[in-house]
Structures are given as structure tokens and as C-alpha cells.
Write a protein that binds this ligand. Structure first.
Ligand SMILES: [Zn+2]
Ligand SMILES: [Zn+2]
Length: 159
């Protein structure tokens, strides 16, 4: 894929803990940042909630390995629901990416796996209905009991 957009595009790097899996995103492909408190994210990550950065698939690229076989060997995929996949490092277990079949134009990457990212500006909290007690929700941000109203629908016809 090529950076042919007229607006300035910079690259951000992501990595698992051990470095076996690496990826790059184009900053111009970033869409939204979500704190998810759902029970699946909690158990999949081991953390009280997961911060996801939604990125257009066109601006995301796995970087490890020279060929598809190496990429597959470094990554482990778990179907956390029938239409959703979670990708993590086969060696160190770092959660890296979420993809839903109903949203083929987007992937969600874990904010914590972005190597140079020291600040995150979240857009909203979701699944606060299952939020762990004691975890603070920023009252200045929209928060939703479940998904955002537009999730899984808005991407059906592109951006
Ligand atoms: Zn790893
Ligand atoms: Zn979740």
C-alpha cells in the first residue's frame, strides 16, 4: 500500500512485548479511540479495560516476517465470538488487534502496543454496564452501556 493521500501521513510503529510481531499504521488512518469495559476484553487482556485505536484497514500493515508464512507463525488468532477475531503474539501473548467481520474496513489495535505513543485521547467509553467497580470513567466523555450506536453499521459502505 502506498501513502498517496494529499494530507501529510506519518507512520507509527507497534510491537508485542517480545518483538516477534510488529506492525505499522498511518496516522491519517486513525479513526477513534475507545475504552472498552466489556468482559471479553477484560479477560482477553487481563486488564480492567482495554483502550482500542480504530484504524482503517488500508492504513494498517503487519511488518514481521518476509512472507505470509512467517507472519502466520508469529501470530495467534482467537475467535472471541463467531464473527470476531483477536490477534496476539504466539510467543509472548501480547494482545494486538481485534477485527470484526461486519467491519472489514477497520481494525482495532491495542493502544498499549503502540511503541512511541505516550498520550492517548479517548473518544468514549463503551460497555460501561460491565465496568469493573473502582475504575474511573471520564465524565467528560460519552459513555455507553454497550456498543456505540454506530458500531458495526457505519462501515458497511466505506468510511
Ligand atoms: Zn511477542
Ligand atoms: Zn471489549
Amino acid at each position: 500500500m502506498e501513502a498517496t493521500t494529499s494530507s501529510e501521513t506519518t507512520i507509527e510503529n507497534g510491537s508485542c512485548l517480545c518483538g516477534s510481531v510488529r506492525y505499522q499504521i498511518q496516522t491519517s488512518a486513525k479513526r477513534q479511540v475507545t475504552h472498552c469495559h466489556c468482559t471479553i476484553c477484560r479477560r482477553a487482556s487481563g486488564a480492567p479495560f482495554v483502550t482500542w485505536v480504530t484504524v482503517l484497514t488500508s492504513g494498517f500493515e503487519w511488518m514481521q516476517g518476509e512472507d505470509d508464512k512467517e507472519k502466520e507463525e508469529a501470530l495467534q488468532v482467537y475467535c472471541s465470538s463467531p464473527r470476531a477475531k483477536r490477534f496476539f503474539c504466539r510467543t509472548c501473548g501480547s494482545p494486538l488487534l481485534f477485527q470484526h467481520e461486519d467491519c472489514p474496513t477497520e481494525v482495532d489495535i491495542t493502544a498499549g502496543s503502540l511503541v512511541e505513543c505516550n498520550e492517548i485521547q479517548a473518544d468514549h467509553h463503551i460497555f460501561v454496564g460491565t465496568k469493573m467497580a473502582g475504575i474511573h470513567v471520564d465524565e467528560h466523555l460519552p459513555s455507553y452501556e454497550h456498543e456505540t450506536p454506530s458500531d458495526w453499521k457505519k462501515q458497511a459502505d466505506g468510511e
